[in-house]
Design a protein around this ligand. Sequence first.
Ligand code: ADP
Ligand code: ADP
Ligand code: MG
Length: 659
Amino acid sequence: MIERLLIANRGEIAVRVARTAKRMGVHVIAVYSDTDAAAMHVAVADEAVRIGPDAAAESYLNIDAVIAAARETRADAIHPGYGFLSENAEFADACGAAGIRLVGPSAAAMRAMGDKAASKDVMAKADVPLMPGYHGADQDPAILAAKAAEIGFPVLIKASAGGGGRGMRIVESAGGFDEALAAAQREARGAFGNDRVLIEKYLTTPRHVEVQVFGDDHGNVVHLFERDCSLQRRYQKVVEEAPAPGMRDERRAEIGAAAVAAAKAIDYSGAGTVEFIVDATTDGANGPFYFMEMNTRLQVEHPVTEFITGLDLVEWQLRVANGETLPLGQSDISLNGHAIEARLYAEDPTRDFLPAPGHVVAFEAPEMSRAVRIDTGVRTGDDIAVSYDPMIAKVIAHGADRDSAIAALDRLLAELVCVGPVTNQAFLRRAIRHPAFMAGAIDTGFIGRHAGALMPRRDGVPNGAITAVCARIFDSRRQSAAARADARGEPNSPWAASDSWRVNLRNGETLIFRDGEAEVSVIAFHDAGQVVLEAPDGRAIGVGNEHGGWRAYGQGNIFFAAADGTQIHLERVVPVEEASERAGASGGLTAPMPGKVVRVMVSAGDKVSRGQTLMVLEAMKMEHAITAPGDGQVAAVFFAEDDQVAEGAELLQLEPVED
Ligand code: ADP
Ligand code: ADP
Ligand code: MG
């Protein structure tokens, strides 16, 4: 029995594997790189071991470090998750040599499937249909060009050792072949250390349909139905669902049987996925299907299969690794309803899905239920690290049929708050609500073809978003003032009052925000405890706490408003600060970092001149002067000596001098 499981991965999959292991009473050991020392996957584990610096090659891909961590913690098994070492046969060998069970197939099965060209030889022998193409060992460019012509253009050149959508080139005609070949080889050498390629007929309207298989060490192999992963960008999956829309039962049985045959051909044990490409030109999911590759590990999108089968795939993995027979036979496994998953990435759809790592200011998941699930390794306050995959979460929903599953996923995406990094959240909602998607008219070209309609867009900043952000600013001001008054034992001080304590309230207070390139101004009138917001032209913007569903996050000058799965980033522009920027003065009125107030040199009502020191903070054993960015009058001082302040906390409030 596995009693102590080391999870050689990070992020959502490490958290997800830990959940099942703990439920089964297994002691969970996490590993981490420096940047992940306080990550969620470490927090959920029973113990954790540092395995190296941030670079994956020196930590999560470092076989010696992972094995040493397992030895040190007396782990009896290792779960590799996906990515990283999960399909690495040398790692499987190293586990064997160390007497540690690897939760996964044998090294031989990994070797048989690790190379796309070699795996096609095995599949041909097992009568699994292959895409017309060439996967021979002869890599002479002239031979490859001749094979491409024989197959007929367009063709796809693939890196034999490839993965993650890299090392692929489409060639439209004979003229472009040599250049595309050189590029594919270069990329393959760089990414996989091996420049062998294969050539396939390029399908122009394909669907990606894959089958989840499971084997045990006693010769049993079953399939857990298919998943359709046709919504892709850069050959990488974005939305996955099960069952495949429009697939008829007979075809489901055929493709399932082909996948089982593929797994049996290599005595497969554990969880695996056989990926097929379907020519969807005339009959959608029921068109001819061809073997593409086999992934010898748990797949990112396994939760949709868990929803439609009601099974826990990680539990099955651990049981198989324990030497048990599969919990169910093929005829005991049934398909129930429809499930769909969307991958929430820190990436910018409007910039060709460029990764956008950053600080997660807020991550708030709605209530989970039997029909909705969010798998994540990220919490409020965490960073999406530049060193790793920018996936933030998998958002998954189940319904009685496809329409209700899509509706449930859409609601979940609308309610989920994830602000800070730029994400594809709004893009995902547009994708799954697109009429063509709702009708099941999908293929791998969907995102490219509908890009225009899927890109998030808006005109200006919604009033509710500004109102929510302003309310947040005034709330934090009030709290600071009240805290100060309390600390000084003057709870009735006018500075603690929650209403019209401001000096120039009759004129209103102008707040300016930067929304990307644009600037938005609002005038706030503080009227008997109520804040009324107007645009400079007098148009009403909002009142007090009525935000129309928008929620505000952030502090200092950086704010986010979120509603309906959309986030708006608003940067507050403080005019005196701008003036000082132009004048070259330094220092703002918010704490530049967390620290302690060591001196307060002004009080409310004082007139100050530009450059004058107002307050001194101590942080990281150094003193920082907070200086007046311009001439003005101190309206309020929010902290006293010895107070601790958070980064971005508003320290004082300055106003232009009134004549
Ligand atoms: P699939 O499982 O459907 O093949 P991918 O190919 O996108 O989906 O998943 C594998 C990829 O996930 C790896 O190539 C790697 O870049 C990335 N990856 C590996 N580990 C993690 C992790 N813990 N969190 C997020 N992404 C990861
Ligand atoms: P990877 O190892 O990078 O996942 P795959 O062989 O699984 O590589 O292919 C990834 C994606 O590329 C597929 O999901 C599909 O969108 C596209 N693709 C692969 N082969 C073909 C083909 N012959 N014709 C058209 N598209 C293809
Ligand atoms: Mg693939």
